[in-house]
Design a protein around this ligand. Sequence first.
Ligand SMILES: [Zn+2]
Ligand SMILES: [Zn+2]
Length: 258
Amino acid sequence: MVEVKFLGSGNAFCPQGRLHSLVLIDNKILVDVPPTIIPQLKRENISPADINTLLITHWHGDHIFGFPFFILERKFISDRNGDYHLNVHLHKGGKEKLEHICELAFPGTLIDALKERVTFCETPLGDVINCPDWKYERFEVQHVPETDPHGYELKHVSGLTLLHCGDSGPCNEIEIRASRAHVVIIELGVPDEVPTEMHFKPSTLKRLANDNPNTIFLATHLYTNNYEEITHLPDNVIQVQDGDVFDINDQQQIRKIS
Ligand SMILES: [Zn+2]
Ligand SMILES: [Zn+2]
């Protein structure tokens, strides 16, 4: 059994009722670390120290600017004795970037915690560290090139393939991987009238979902207000809300549990 919890479902602008998109897998793997990560965890009664792993997709503030707050909280509140280790999977050059924003946010304060309590892993594929049930492969997506945009293909020991597309517009990598995934977490960051190829829109997600009728698409990073449904999307697209929890059983059937 796999659990996927949405601690946030909004795009960078946090439309009313939504915090920045944030996915928690099996209560220990977080995809990205948005600016309001601490309240996002605490309002669900999740201790930051219980997070084993971060999977970082790209260098946009709505995805990484919570990192200094996350390390600060662990150091002084939830892991005061340094009993828990954090593993961060990210692409090349990422360690320096995250160390830099920690130094900008809390000069001098986090250097020891980063050195002693965090492992950075820049390998593009392999086992998720200390999560023996999961393997990952990081892949390039179509988004602002300066952000080194990536997604993650996650394979669970049960046979489940879970794709997290990060922030991206339509691209070959997503098309190929969506066709072999059971569940795809995908951003729906802008409405159709915005002239950009850097995000999925209702029309492009509709096409992708119709091309892959056996795959379930969990649409997040939404531009819409909470409780505002985009109409005319195929039945295999679920528009998530903050606090939604899904479980996926060993037959790869997905069910919303809250
Ligand atoms: Zn974003
Ligand atoms: Zn982005």
